[in-house]
Design a protein around this ligand. Structure first.
Ligand SMILES: Cc1cc2nc3c(=O)[nH]c(=O)nc-3n(C[C@H](O)[C@H](O)[C@H](O)COP(=O)(O)OP(=O)(O)OC[C@H]3O[C@@H](n4cnc5c(N)ncnc54)[C@H](O)[C@@H]3O)c2cc1C
Length: 473
């Protein structure tokens, strides 16, 4: 290494160049793109104009919501249409319990408007920063063995197709287009508005406790089914799983305060320790134990549904998440734990961040939904980027991916993954139906950005094209 510091920069091999720069690399974003034009239409007519321009100029048009997908799914170097100004609620029907809203509305704004009308989303994921169309296009999920991915609550969509026509689709009208679009990766058209089934506003009572890994994994079937919304966070360095069980309740609001973990001290101390862990990876083990201890007491809280569904995702992060058949959960988690144990025994082994998140969704019939045809367990891992600085993640993620793939894993579409068309076709019985719909409604592939070309069309597009940092172990 010393000799490299005295070498001319042009003589240093590329991989070593990345390694040398790692300690001073500061990056908030994992993926970046430079579209040739970015449009922020304020009405549907302006969407039509943008589409017309893209067609005449022969440009790809990628629709993006908030751009929260941790991959190049919402990226392009050609035309980008951002929907953030298409953010109105168009209809509220409290009697029939549905809402029609423009695709660009964020869930945060939608939650607030729903609360005013005594309605609520039936389920939600960890955050509400995303756009409504963004969560629909990626089959975003919450947790609960009887609750499908959020797209299962979609009743109808209004789409602007590549030829400039508008179409409303649902299970009974243009049903193929509907089944393709409610997890459509932005490839079937621009989602102008979404009709979503709602529930009367409700509160959730959440109980949390920490249990040893084996106690949870052995009883996984029972525990996952023991609440409407069960979810688990595993701290591998301590072999403890934090269990969360939430059920609808009529009890009065009484939020649980996890003071230490939520406090200034907990947040900042852990971020600082994660930063030290960039240089001395063994520190990560102790940071994991410390975070596990901060969150260890039993807790009970009652709050509005969306406040319980959403959690604090803390720091910028690399992340990957996979959906496996529920029946493979125990074997898959044990295999991953065996892998991590070997790494902990190796002085130079991986010292992963925490937690490993374990959630569930009911089986559905949406063509590209990772829950298609199977009760599903979602397993997600993270490597945080303290203060936005990069950290190694590839070796951990690749080992994890090998394991989940062996357990018939399907990747979360919004998160970067290595699967090509051959593998995906085997995992999704309607994969070719999806392609057929795209070929029909978008023969010139205007809406097929690089991600869609790579994973759906089988084109050899470099997965690192939009990586902010092209190579990292
Ligand atoms: C901190 C964090 C927490 C998360 N938690 C969860 C979770 O709990 N569960 C889960 O399943 N996922 C989760 N995700 C993933 C997230 O829900 C998805 O990435 C979601 O798509 C982001 O919405 P967005 O508005 O940012 O969409 P973007 O990232 O902008 O776009 C995502 C896709 O939607 C398409 N799209 C967006 N708007 C339209 C439109 N109007 N018409 C057609 N296509 C459109 C885009 O083309 C693209 O294919 C999380 C992500 C982050 C960063």
């Amino acid at each position: 290494m010393l000799s490299q510091l005295t070498a001319r920069p042009s003589d240093i091999p590329l991989k070593n160049l990345y390694n040398l720069l790692e300690p001073i690399t500061k990056l908030g974003q994992s993926f970046v793109c430079t579209p040739s034009a970015i449009f922020e239409p304020e009405n549907e007519f302006q969407c039509e104009l943008v589409l017309e321009l893209a067609r005449r100029e022969g440009k790809k048009l990628r629709v993006s919501g908030v751009g929260h997908s941790p991959s190049d799914l919402a990226m392009t170097n050609e035309f980008m249409l951002r929907t953030i100004k298409l953010n109105r609620v168009l209809e509220v029907n409290t009697e029939k319990r549905y809402v029609v809203a423009q695709g660009g509305i964020t869930l945060n704004d939608l939650n607030a408007q729903l609360a005013k009308n005594n309605l609520a989303m039936i389920t939600l994921g960890s955050i509400s920063d995303q756009s409504l169309a963004g969560i629909v296009a990626t089959a975003t999920h919450g947790s609960g063995v009887s609750y499908g991915v959020i797209s299962t609550n979609v009743m109808a969509l209004s789409l602007l197709l590549a030829d400039g026509s508008r179409v409303t689709c649902s299970r009974s009208e243009h049903s193929d287009l509907f089944m393709a679009s409610i997890c459509g990766l932005g490839a079937t058209g621009i989602i102008l508005s979404v009709q979503v089934e709602m529930e009367p506003a409700f509160r959730l009572k959440e109980m949390q406790q920490s249990l040893p890994f084996e106690d949870v994994v052995q009883n996984m079937d029972k525990l996952a089914r023991s609440a409407e919304h069960a979810r688990f966070w595993w701290f591998p360095s301590k072999d403890i799983i934090r269990c969360s069980y939430s059920n609808r309740t009529t009890e009065a609001r009484n939020p649980a305060g996890s003071w230490l973990w939520n406090s200034f001290f907990g947040f900042h101390a852990i971020q600082f320790l994660l930063f030290i862990g960039r240089y001395f990876s063994f520190v990560n083990t102790w940071t994991g134990k410390f975070a596990c201890w901060l969150a260890s007491g039993d807790s009970i809280g009652v709050d509005d549904s969306y406040k319980i569904f959403n959690v604090d995702c803390r720091y910028p992060q690399h992340t990957t998440e996979w959906a496996i058949p529920f029946e493979n959960t125990q074997a898959c988690l044990r295999e991953f734990r065996d892998f991590l144990r070997k790494e902990y025994q190796d002085p130079n082994g991986i010292r992963p961040h925490f937690p490993v998140e374990i959630r569930f969704s009911a089986s559905d019939d949406i063509w590209l939904s990772p829950s298609y045809g199977q009760l599903t367990t979602w397993i997600g891992i993270v490597q945080y980027k303290p203060y936005g600085f990069n950290v190694p993640y590839r070796r951990l993620f690749e080992a994890f991916e090998d394991i989940v793939i062996r357990h018939r894993g399907r990747p979360h579409w919004a998160k970067a993954h290595p699967l090509g068309t051959d593998s995906l076709r085997k995992l999704y019985p309607h994969f070719d139906d999806f392609k057929r719909v795209i070929d029909k409604v978008d023969p010139d592939a205007i809406f097929c950005n690089e991600y869609v070309q790579r994973h759906i069309m089988g084109k050899p597009i470099d997965p690192r094209l939009f990586r902010a940092f092209k190579q990292h172990s």
